[in-house]
Design a protein around this ligand. Structure first.
Ligand SMILES: [Mg+2]
Length: 261
């Protein structure tokens, strides 16, 4: 089954049914709320997106589920969602146990080992994020070589990690951590909502798109023949229009509500 373009009449009709005050609006960050740029530390949510998300936060519950650490994501977002979940689903605002736990120690140990093994591979950057690591190779001149070296190095790690490939990045996580699918279900439970819209662009987001028995309207950013999402946006820049139209529908709800009071 391939994804359908969201902005056709069928897609918009289904979307309109999901856009309601009791729906969770959940988003990935990199490549979704913010465009991917050459330097991963330079990523920012643009001010028009930030402005429309700030309106959305006042109309419905909003969650951001990102591979970044929460601290890092807070700076990039520039607005406060109801829930910000970091490290691919492992890092929650009210559960700080990971910080001083086995997970962080494991990641630190892996990070040290990877630094030694990948030290002389050009263009590889190792990002330590507390409960997970990201190995970036976007800046490598020979990306194929860099990825092969990364894979070899990861293969030597102990304990064996879980790896999730992304766009010119390999994410390394302890086997025990919760990932995005688990995180979305937990976020819905936490916010007492039975329906969600989730928008994401990468491999880690597929876990959400593949959820069964959960009412999630999945939208993939970019056309991708391998996504489990039912709908897609052609590119990241189309997101602003989408969120604006969702805000418009929700605002008409609140006008209706105040009219019947
Ligand atoms: Mg992404």
């Amino acid at each position: 089954v391939t994804a359908t373009y969201l902005f056709n009449s069928d897609g918009l009709e289904v979307l309109a049914r999901y856009v309601a005050p009791d729906t969770l609006f959940a988003f990935d960050l990199d490549g979704t709320l913010a465009p991917i740029v050459e330097d991963y530390t330079a990523v920012r949510v643009t001010s028009p997106i930030r402005a429309t998300l700030t309106r959305l936060v006042n109309l419905a519950k909003v969650a951001v589920i990102t591979g970044r650490s929460r601290k890092d994501a807070e700076k990039i977002l520039g607005f406060e969602p109801h829930l910000l979940i970091g490290n691919h689903g492992a890092e929650w605002p009210f559960d700080l146990s990971w910080q001083n736990s086995y997970l962080a120690e494991t990641c630190l140990k892996w990070s040290e080992g990877l630094h030694v093994m990948l030290d002389d591979v050009q263009g590889v950057e190792i990002e330590f994020k507390g409960a997970s690591l990201s190995l970036h190779y976007r800046k490598a001149v020979n990306q194929e070589y860099a990825l092969a070296q990364i894979d070899t190095a990861i293969g030597k790690l102990c304990p064996m990690p879980r790896t999730i490939a992304g766009k010119l990045v390999v994410n390394v996580l302890p086997m025990e951590v919760a990932t995005k699918g688990v995180a979305l279900v937990a976020a819905m439970k936490e916010l007492k909502l039975h329906r969600a819209i989730f928008i994401g662009d990468d491999v880690t987001d597929e876990e959400v798109f593949q959820l069964k028995n959960i009412d999630v309207f999945g939208i993939h950013v970019g056309k991708d023949n391998n996504t489990a999402a039912k709908y897609y946006l052609k590119k990241q820049s189309a997101l602003l229009g989408l969120i604006n139209s969702m805000v418009g529908i929700l605002e008409s709800y609140s006008v209706y509500k105040s009219a019947i009071k």
